[in-house]
Design a protein around this ligand. Structure first.
Ligand code: HEC
Length: 147
């Protein structure tokens, strides 16, 4: 008997395969768009330029304190802990339950005096989200020696 052509997928099978393909394409699209959003890691070179606004008071590349504490190794540090007796009470208290990382630095750098009420940091804040992301990238990578 004639064996016939390999069985063509039925309409249902073909439809299911198509649906899986579409779902996969959709899933990878979602993955890409979340990745792009979550990535946006900040550009340390541009961050170094933004850091000029901080430089009257802070050094980032070396562990040298000025009016403000060095930001060398600033990410991962407990707020208000680096130098004894120099910080405001507000900053020391902030250190009781915070660590400096993207999640805490972002709102602080946008509005320092709102985020840590009573801080001695006399700086109005950075307006652009990208500047904040970039300066945080600089705090992380422009200060590798004390990480
Ligand atoms: C006019 C001076 C001044 C400027 C400008 C300034 N800061 Fe500060 N900064 C301070 C002082 C003073 C403190 C300590 C605040 C306190 O004790 O309340 C501080 C604290 C900090 C802390 C917490 C450090 C720690 O050890 O807990 C970070 C982070 C920080 N500044 C980042 C920045 C960044 C980034 C900029 C620029 C976008 C900036 N500062 C601009 C004076 C300044």
């Amino acid at each position: 008997m004639f064996a016939g052509w390999p069985k063509a997928p039925s309409f249902d099978e073909a439809f299911a395969v198509q649906r899986i393909k579409t779902l996969r394409a959709f899933a990878s699209l979602m993955a890409v768009s979340t990745a792009v959003h979550a990535a946006d890691p900040g550009n340390p070179e541009h961050g170094a330029a933004v850091f000029k606004k901080c430089m009257i008071c802070h050094v980032v590349t070396e562990p040298v304190n000025k009016i403000g504490p060095t930001l060398n190794g600033g990410s991962g540090r407990v707020p208000g802990k680096l130098i004894d007796d120099k910080y405001s009470r507000a900053m020391t208290e902030c250190g009781a339950d915070h660590v400096w990382d993207e999640a805490t630095l972002t709102p602080f750098l946008a509005e320092p005096r709102k985020e840590v009420r009573g801080t001695k940091m006399a700086f109005v804040g950075l307006r652009k989200e990208q500047d904040i992301a970039d300066v945080i990238a600089c705090i992380k990578t422009c200060s590798p020696s004390v990480q």
